[in-house]
Write a protein that binds this ligand. Structure first.
Ligand code: ADP
Ligand code: MG
Length: 467
C-alpha cells in the first residue's frame, strides 16, 4: 500500500520540481535581461541629456566647475548613478564619487568606443572586497562633430538582483505549495485505488479457502476501471460458487445413484445366503441382482463417458458416412422394446445423405435420443425420424408422441442427473443421457434443441456438417 503512494508522490514531486526549476531559470533570465535593458535605455537617455547640456556648457566655458559639481551631485542622487567625465587619454577629469574606481582596461575600451563617436555599454564587477555588478554607459560629448570628452554613468544593478531574488522566492513557495497539494491529492486518489485492491486480496484468499459469502461492495463512482474489475470479480465469485455447488450436488447424485442398486443387491444376496429366499426362487432373485449390476455398470460407463467428453480428451475421429445407416443400426438395437411398447416408427431419412462426423459418437447421440423417445412414449405411440438439408447442414429430427416436457423445464434437461419428475415413467433413467448428447454435439461444434408440449410429444433436432 505504502509503495504505490510513495511511487506516485516521488514521480509527481520530481516532475513538479524539475518543471519549476526550468520555468524559474527561464523566467530569471528573461526578467534580468528585460530589467537591465530597461535601465540601460533610461541611462542612455539621461547621458544624452547631460552630454548635450551640462557637459557641453562646462567644456565651452558656459558653466563654472563648482556649479557643474553641484548639478552633477544633484543628478547623481536623482539617477542613483555616479557621473564621470574622461578625456582622450582615458583620464578621469570629473568624478561625482571619488571612491568609484573602474578597471583600466574597461576604461580603455569605453574610451575607444566613445571617442570614435559611439555609445559604450559595459557590465562589470567593481569593488575591492565585496564585488558588485555595475552597468556603465559611455556617451560622447561632441563639439563641431569632434568628440572632446566622454561622459560616463555608472550604476549598480543591485536593485534588479533584489527583484529577481524576490521572484525566485515566490517561485519556490509556489513549488512547495504544489508539492503539498500533490501529496494530498495523490493520497486521496491512491486510497481510492488501494482500498478496493486490498479488499480484492482478502476476498480472493477467502475464496481460495472455499468461502464465497463475501462480495466486494461497488465503489461510489463505479464507472471506471476499478469498478469494472470489481464487477468482473464478483461475477467470477458467483460463477465459482455455482461450480462448487454443482460439484457437490454431482457427488451427492452419484452416491445416491450408486446406493439404491447396491442396497437391493445386498438385500437379495443376504436373502439367498440366510435362506429367507427359498431355493426355488433363487434364480429369479439372482436375475434381479444381475439386472442391478448391469444398471450399475451402465451408470459407471455413462459417467466415464461424460467425464472423458468434458475433459476434452476425446479426439474427434471424423469420417463421412450415411446418417441413415447409423439410425437404422440403432433402431435394430431397440427392436425388442419397440415391439413390447407397440410403438410405430416412421424412418424418413434420406438414405443417401452423407455427413461428416465422428460415427461412434453420433451413434451415441442417436441411441440416447431413441432411448428417450421410447422410454417417455405412450404404449402404441409413434416415433418419426426425418432429415432436412438447409444452408449446407443436415438437420436430423427424432420426434415422439410421448408425455412431453413442461416448457419451463426444457432448458434443465441437459444438466447432469436432471430428471423431470421420475414418477411420470415406468422405466427409470439416471439423467445422464442428454448431458452426453449435449457434450458430443458441442464437441462437433453443432447445435441441438428441443421442442415439446406436455401430453403431445417431444421433438429433438440436431445439426451435422454435410460431407
Ligand atoms: N423424449 C422425451 N420425452 C419426454 N421427456 C423427455 C424426453 N427426453 C428426455 N426427457 C426428460 O429429460 C430428462 C433427462 O433426460 P436424460 O438425460 O436422457 O435422462 P434419463 O433418460 O436418464 O432420464 C428425462 O428424465 C426426461 O424427464
Ligand atoms: Mg435418457
Amino acid at each position: 500500500m505504502k509503495s504505490i503512494y510513495f511511487k506516485f508522490v516521488t514521480i509527481y514531486t520530481i516532475i513538479i520540481v524539475m518543471g519549476f526549476l526550468i520555468f524559474g531559470t527561464i523566467l530569471n533570465n528573461l526578467t534580468e535581461n528585460y530589467f537591465i535593458s530597461q535601465k540601460q535605455t533610461q541611462l542612455v537617455r539621461e547621458a544624452e541629456k547631460i552630454a548635450t547640456g551640462l557637459a557641453l556648457w562646462y567644456i565651452t566655458g558656459f558653466l563654472e566647475r563648482d556649479r557643474l559639481r553641484f548639478e552633477i551631485n544633484f543628478l547623481r542622487d536623482y539617477l542613483n548613478a555616479s557621473i564621470l567625465m574622461i578625456n582622450r587619454n582615458a583620464n578621469v577629469v570629473l568624478n561625482s564619487d571619488e571612491q568609484v574606481f573602474i578597471n583600466d582596461s574597461i576604461l580603455q575600451r569605453i574610451r575607444d568606443k566613445v571617442f570614435s563617436g559611439n555609445i559604450a555599454v559595459e557590465k562589470t564587477l567593481i569593488g575591492t572586497i565585496v564585488k558588485k555588478e555595475y552597468l556603465i554607459i559611455g556617451y560622447p560629448v561632441v563639439i563641431n562633430n569632434q568628440v572632446v570628452s566622454g561622459l560616463l554613468l555608472i550604476t549598480s544593478t543591485d536593485d534588479i538582483r533584489q527583484t529577481l531574488r524576490m521572484y525566485n522566492r515566490i517561485i519556490w513557495l509556489i513549488t512547495l505549495f504544489e508539492v503539498i497539494l500533490v501529496l494530498i491529492i495523490t493520497y486521496a486518489l491512491t486510497q481510492k485505488i488501494i482500498n478496493p485492491i486490498k479488499k480484492l486480496a482478502s476476498v480472493s484468499r477467502k475464496i481460495a479457502e472455499g468461502d464465497f459469502s463475501e462480495k466486494i461492495p461497488m465503489p461510489l463512482n463505479s464507472n471506471d476501471e476499478i469498478g469494472e474489475l470489481i464487477a468482473s470479480f464478483n461475477y467470477m465469485t458467483e460463477k465459482l460458487e455455482n461450480l462448487e455447488m454443482m460439484r457437490k450436488s454431482f457427488i451427492s447424485n452419484v452416491s445416491h445413484e450408486l446406493r439404491s442398486p447396491l442396497t437391493s443387491i445386498r438385500g437379495f444376496i443376504e436373502g439367498i445366503l440366510d435362506r429367507t429366499i427359498p431355493d426355488e426362487k433363487r434364480d429369479f432373485y439372482l436375475n434381479l441382482v444381475r439386472e442391478e449390476v448391469i444398471k450399475l455398470n451402465n451408470l459407471i460407463n455413462q459417467l466415464l463417458e461424460l467425464s472423458r467428453l468434458e475433459w476434452g480428451k476425446i479426439n474427434l475421429n471424423l469420417s463421412t458416412f450415411k446418417i441413415y445407416s447409423v439410425i437404422a443400426e440403432e433402431l435394430i438395437k431397440f427392436e425388442k422394446r419397440i415391439e413390447e411398447k407397440k410403438i410405430e416408427v416412421f424412418l424418413e431419412v434420406n438414405e443417401n445423405l452423407m455427413v461428416k462426423a465422428d460415427r461412434d459418437l453420433i451413434s451415441r447421440v442417436v441411441h440416447n435420443l431413441l432411448d428417450n423417445a421410447i422410454k417417455y412414449n405412450k404404449v402404441g405411440g409413434k416415433i418419426y425420424i426425418y432429415s432436412e438439408v438447409e444452408n449446407g447442414k443436415a438437420y436430423i429430427t427424432i420426434q415422439d408422441t410421448g408425455i412431453g416436457i413442461p416448457e419451463k423445464l426444457q432448458k434443465l434437461i441437459w444438466e447432469r442427473f436432471y430428471k423431470v419428475d421420475e414418477s411420470r415413467s415406468l422405466e427409470k433413467g439416471v439423467g445422464l443421457g442428454l448431458s452426453i448428447v449435449k457434450e458430443i454435439i458441442k464437441l462437433h461444434k453443432q447445435n441441438i434443441w428441443v421442442e415439446s408440449e406436455e401430453g403431445v410429444g417431444t421433438k429433438f433436432t440436431f445439426t451435422l456438417d454435410l460431407k
